[in-house]
Design a protein around this ligand. Structure first.
Ligand code: 6PG
Length: 238
């Protein structure tokens, strides 16, 4: 079932699923389809990974998928300023769940050197300089409506001159220090897919659909965004 809701800047396609298993299978197929298409048309696939816990199962499914891994180029939407081997690093989660198990050339996996602190945003902006459009950006949604490390009450970096990556010093979600791609950079994509699971997200989904300017609602790629979510999150919030 596909429901289309317009927001002046963001066009949202909502994909509700009865179970997280169905959602994850559908997300897996959509990612592999996007990769096949990009590689067929341009010889390469540029993907931005989401952090948090919601995408982990999808990454584990990718581990067993057949794909032309040699043509994948992997980036990450945000990172926590922790040592690279810290259990809470988004890069470690993606590596353990998937990247360690497939043959994507290590030179084509570009994590944020967030162990260097929020100032790593500058280095990562330089790394992104040569990429005009990502083929696919994966994003999560926080209970307060944040996405990547773009939090309510903070500038999401959507303005034309906004940097590609933003230094975050006071994230309400621990750890406080993070690096995030800006909303402008995350919107420079052929496809954007949100993976939204967890009962705690109901109010944020309700706000999003009722036009409240949560950070997730600022992500506005030309082709619109696809939100894969649990059907139960669509029912009336309190
Ligand atoms: C992070 C994430 C963050 C995440 C949401 C949802 O580093 O914390 O990038 O934006 O996607 O907080 O997190 P869950 O998927 O764990 O609910």
């Amino acid at each position: 079932m596909l429901i289309s809701i317009n927001n002046p800047k963001q066009h949202c396609r909502w994909h509700p699923y009865r179970s997280t298993t169905e959602l994850e299978q559908a997300a897996l197929q959509a990612i592999l389809d996007a990769a096949r298409q990009a590689i067929a048309q341009r010889g390469a696939f540029y993907i931005v990974l989401a952090g948090g816990t919601s995408p982990r199962r999808v990454y584990e499914l990718l581990r067993h998928a057949s794909a032309d891994w040699s043509a994948w180029h992997v980036y990450i939407g945000d990172e926590r300023c922790l040592p690279p081997d810290h259990a809470e690093r988004n890069s470690r989660m993606a590596t353990e769940a998937w990247l360690d198990h497939v043959s994507i050339p290590p030179t084509q996996i570009h994590f944020i050197p967030a162990e260097k602190g929020p100032a790593a945003a500058q280095a990562y902006s330089q790394k992104l300089a040569g990429i005009e459009l990502f083929d696919l950006v994966l994003l999560g949604l926080g209970e307060d409506g944040h996405t990547a490390s773009l939090f309510p009450g903070h500038d999401p970096g959507m303005a034309l001159g906004a940097p590609d990556a933003i230094a975050v010093h006071d994230s309400p979600k621990p750890p406080p220090q993070r690096v995030s791609l800006s909303a402008r950079r995350l919107s420079a994509a052929r496809q954007v897919m949100f993976l939204v699971t967890g009962a705690g997200k109901k109010q944020a989904v309700h706000d999003w659909r009722s036009g409240v300017g949560i950070p997730a609602a600022v992500i506005a790629p030309r082709g619109g965004v696809d939100v894969y979510l649990e059907e139960s999150l669509l029912s009336q919030a309190k």
